[in-house]
Design a protein around this ligand. Structure first.
Ligand SMILES: [Zn+2]
Length: 175
């Protein structure tokens, strides 16, 4: 299965992280949505790989997101199965959402997007922006989905438990 994915990450506290050639970025605490491509041979196995990096089972710094995964927790993954390249449309749409900040150059070395990483300190703002993508999608995204049947099965969302010590903190932030 191929397509695009969005990973929602939670960063518990502010961190300065050196992200390869992008240099050091001061990441604020809160929620991040990273938009990636699963069009390569590994397909959605790339999402599993991101989970391994986040959990510390795999140490690698191949992509920009690897640096952020290593210091944050995966809160949700959304896999969108399609033969179309829609990751940049998704990134563009999230970028146009006024409630989100974006981290310039992050995850967009191979395309012309300003960024593939978006931020909000409030979970609800990030989640609302992501939900809008799929429940009232732009024509490019809707077109890519309808070719797959557009019956809802092509979008797979999974939530992950954030470790218990941090959970109260997350819930407080998201209200
Ligand atoms: Zn792009």
């Amino acid at each position: 299965m191929k397509g695009a994915y969005v990973i929602i990450l939670w960063l518990a506290s502010a961190k300065d992280v050196t992200v390869g050639k992008l240099g050091t970025i001061a990441f604020a605490p809160g929620f991040y949505a990273y938009v990636g491509s699963a069009m390569g041979a590994a397909g959605f196995k790339r999402v599993e790989r991101h989970l391994d990096v986040s959990a510390g089972r795999l140490k690698t710094q191949k992509w920009h997101v690897d640096y952020l995964l290593a210091v944050s927790e995966v809160f949700e993954t959304i896999e969108i199965a399609t033969q179309e390249r829609i990751e940049c449309s998704i990134a563009r749409n999230l970028g146009e959402s006024s409630s989100l900040a974006c981290i310039g150059g992050f995850g967009s070395s191979d395309c012309r997007c300003y960024s593939h990483l978006f931020y909000s300190h409030r979970f609800n703002d990030l989640e609302d922006a992501v939900n809008r993508l799929f429940y009232s999608p732009c024509p490019e995204i809707l077109g890519a989905l309808s070719k797959e049947g557009c019956d809802g099965r092509e979008i797979v969302r999974k939530r992950y438990f954030i470790n218990t010590m941090n959970r109260d903190c997350v819930l407080n932030r998201s209200t």
